[in-house]
Each structure stands twice: as C-alpha cells, then as structure tokens.
Write a protein that binds this ligand. Structure first.
Ligand code: ZN
Length: 105
C-alpha cells in the first residue's frame, strides 16, 4: 500500500481493479468526522466501492487509538473529488512514519 501525507491528511493510493492507474483517496479527520475524498466510476454510478473502506482501514493503522472502545465513533463523510498527486506530499514509509498526522486533532 502506498500512502502520502500533506500534513493534514493521509492520501492512500489504491490500484484500480481494471488494472493500470491508481485511485487517490484522501482521508482527513475533523471533530467526530472522517472526510474521505476521492473520485471513481463506482461512486459516480452510486454503487458501493471498497476504496473508502480500504482508506479508512489504512488511516486506522496510522491512528491505532481510534480503535479503542472509549473513542467516539466518527461519522464518515464521502466527498466525490478528484485527488491529484502533489509534489509537496511526503510518502509514508514504514510503520510509525507519517505520524505527524496525529497532531491535527
Ligand atoms: Zn471508489
């Protein structure tokens, strides 16, 4: 799994099922909310897609305390938005990297 951070959010790169290409899914946390931004054909046709789930799964790996039972669950807000790779993003490499994300609570 390839992921980046722009300092406020993580951006997870998911391979497209049809082969070739990647979907970028941006996950940012706000009070009691997780904002998940991406654009893919499944979403356009209002069918379910696994990108949101996968991206949140990765976000939870980087924010393990989110799984504690006393943590309030977050409402997931899905936003259809094309995410474009930016040169300023830092790639998250290895476990524990990219934990700066945690500061933005
Ligand atoms: Zn999708």
């Amino acid at each position: 799994m390839i992921a980046f951070t722009d300092g406020k959010a993580i951006i997870v790169a998911l391979p497209s099922k049809s082969g070739g290409g990647m979907y970028l899914v941006r996950v940012s946390a706000e009070t009691n909310k997780l904002i998940v931004e991406h654009a893919c054909p499944a979403q356009r046709f209002k069918s379910s897609c696994s990108h949101i789930e996968q991206a949140i799964g990765f976000w939870k790996i980087l924010n393990p305390w989110e799984n504690y039972p006393w943590m309030p669950s977050r409402e997931v807000i899905s936003v259809q938005k094309q995410i474009v790779l930016q040169p300023t993003w830092k790639q998250i490499t290895g476990k524990g990297a990219g934990m700066d994300v945690a500061k933005y609570y």
